[in-house]
Design a protein. Sequence first.
Length: 727
Amino acid sequence: MSILITNIGTSDLAIQININNPEFSIHGQKYYLPIDTLWEPNQDKTALSSEEEEIYQNPQTYFKSSGLYAELGFTDDAKPTSRELTENLLQAYKNKPDDWHYRICLPRILGVIKKAIEMNINQGYIFVSNQVSEVLSNENPGHPKDTVFLYDILKLYIDKVEIDFDLICEYIPANIPLNNSDLLFDYYSGFFNHIHAKKEIEKRQERYLKVNDNVLCQVTDLQLGSNSDDGVRVETQTGLQGFINISNVSQNDIFPDQLKSIFKKSDWLWAKLIKRNGKKLKFSTKELEANPGEMITNSQDVFQRINDVMSSENLKIQEEIMLISIKGGTNQMKTALQLQGISVSAINRLLFVNPQLSIKNVLLGLSSECQLESYWRYMRTQKYQTVRLLLERWDFDGAIQVFKDWQDYLDYLKTQGIIDQKNVEQSREFSNLISSALKFSRSCSNLDFKTATNIAQDGIKLAVDLAVDYSDNIQKDFSTFKNFTDAYYRDFKYRLLNLYTLNRIYRQLEQNALFLTLLSSFCEEVLHGLILKWDGNANYWQEKPESAKFELNVPALKEKKLELWNNFVTLQRQNEYTQNFGDRYIGFYKLGNRYNKRNFAESIVKYRNQKQEIQAWNQLSLILQQLDFWIDKRNDLIHSAKGLSWELMQELYNNYSPEPGDVQPCKPDEILPLMANILKNNLINLGNENVNTFVGKEANHYIYSFVRNWVVSQLIEDGLQKSKSEN
């Protein structure tokens, strides 16, 4: 539900009097004067005479001379406060509503409410002050400008003119001074949190199916041959089971065999919930018919009509807005409401309504005209800051969602005429570029480099059409993105570098399950890459090893490289589970785990018999064995669904005692340094420049640093460019 949230101040009330000043040409004329003078920047004084300006500036003088104070029960020498004046006026209004109603005007707040109604908003929260101490109420009669009685006057006024608007009073606690910014910020923050929680409860209630709701269901089965119990079994989107009895399919009679032509298993349909008994749901489609028998002759038209209606209803829900008016109350109240409102713009579609002060219209008792404002430039800065914070935590998904929501909000502002087409298009182009870069990183982090390549290519094309003078630079940047993906496919060392970098990120984020998962992938890729590098083109593979099957054609291997096979058999027999490996005939053998892949890689090294390779392999093999313990623990995680904190990893290490002859596993804090040592190994051949730039505790985070820095620099540049053009 869309809502209005507004302050109210004593200057929101004007009272009609007869001007009593014989020296004025307006003597004896009727004017509405605010009980507290309104003064605002850019106020409209059009058609205002000097006499009218005089009475507007000094309302209390003319309240007294006109006899208003006496009418309201004040003595001749009284100088009533706004609180006292509204208290007496409220009583007079209650006693003689017909006499006082036409003399009361609420130009600003009434203009705001009318604007809200124009936007299909019929509910509003109004912040009201009543600064009376509960302990010292006799000594503390309240703040002179309290609005407690003004609110009641407003309520009576709206009821009398029969405006369809529900006012909800929010009393600011008496212990919060209305000039204390910190306490007001805290109060308004609590209010918005309460509103958000209330909306979440309403959403949950909406998700709970109610009788007469139209519900989207999927046909799971047809129940036939049960006479009166024939019908259609369905399942809702949330997994609830339901049934449409044959008598509830159409307003016209229907035969069981006809069900087969109307409903097909797995079809989606709309149905009205007519009865609910716990989880047992009974549905009907006959209530959806515009004409009897329509479900029999053309059920798809029925479903399409309901689908259009439901889509429209969903659109209305999505377009719910929060309309805020900050006018009224103290300056501290205005600032607190404005900034706290903007702060919740991430979860609410937000607009500000700004009543325009026309002094002439106030004097004539007319409601204020209102303009809609968005503070979208300020919110843009806020969104950019949010993205930067998310990227500090490498949250590319979160940043993508922020940009999507921001673009949706700009589109909404365009439909309201608050922001022009040019600004929307420019922002959309920019948002699309940033989103593309973020999606590129997300794809890389998911190891989906096919999608990443497509995104980079599309980004290059998008940059060509940009109406900005730095589009050439953007093309170059997206070309750099594509260079990353090309390298990923070209050489396994870049795949290793990507996995290593992701593990640095996951370690920073304490995402230990992902950390160990990628550790396993890293070690597997080391073996895959080396085997392919050395013997990927050999003719003893059953299929090309790029297929990741790594299946040996053993007779072909023996024929071409018998020594290599014998090396492999020897290494396999060192494992207690494969002590008899090679004793029987083997036609094809799949390298199905990291142990036999490691044995095969070592067999190739021995077969090649190059001293430096053997030395480098021995170093690398030892590291892989030190990491085996943690890969096994990762496998235990998957099969047991247990969590694994860094502290628990340290505990596992401390409690582990290796069997005689086993390699001692590394400590948890040594995992990343050992992965780094693999990248520095001569067999990987990453190169000094890449090692110095991307490997190590303080190194850049490869693709992800590049994209993050690029996005942040673009946000800064865009902010500076927009600020210059707007100033």
